[in-house]
Write a protein that binds this ligand. Structure first.
Ligand code: CMP
Length: 151
């Protein structure tokens, strides 16, 4: 099933120059980029994004971390992209994440885990609406892909 997911490179990933490598993994896997922006995340947006975590003890430090620098937010589209992205990203705790996954390869601690990926199709829909206006997302069905080979 063709679906969309929200992927975000967190401030540590941006500061460590991992944006290109992370995007390349999704490109090479075969997913299609439909939205992309870099921004200093407003606290209001983050509190909506992390609404289920508000009562967690680490919530204040999570907000501090997520506002410590710009983030890169993306929407990727493709077959089964929500679940496959979670596999590519690896366990929330980088210490448990397998080598070959993004967190497994690029991070060591849960409080600096480099990347976000939506955890369900419903969650992805909610998060995409939160971070993007509809007009910011590309409708690839409008484009004939083979046209790039036609001069
Ligand atoms: P993510 O799964 O993308 O979204 C929730 C985030 O909260 C998670 O990544 C971590 O960045 C953070 N987080 C989860 N658990 C902890 C924890 N025990 N200590 C610090 N940060 C955490």
């Amino acid at each position: 099933v063709r679906e969309r997911t929200l992927i975000a490179v967190k401030p540590d990933g941006v500061q460590r120059h991992l944006v290109g490598q992370i995007m390349q993994r999704f490109e090479l896997k075969g997913f299609q980029l439909v939205g992309l922006k870099m921004l200093q995340a407003p606290e209001e947006l983050l509190s909506q994004h992390y609404q289920d975590l508000r009562r967690k003890p680490f919530y204040p430090s999570l907000l501090q971390y997520m506002t410590s620098g710009p983030i890169v937010v993306m929407v990727w589209e493709g077959h089964n992209v929500v679940r496959t992205s979670r596999i590519m990203v690896g366990d929330t705790n980088p210490a448990e994440a397998q080598a070959g996954t993004i967190r497994g390869d690029f991070s060591i601690h849960i409080s600096r885990n480099v990347i976000h990926a939506s955890d369900s199709v419903e969650g992805a829909k909610r998060e995409i609406q939160l971070w993007f206006h509809g007009k910011e997302l590309i409708d690839w069905t409008c484009c004939n892909h083979s046209s790039i080979y036609q001069v």
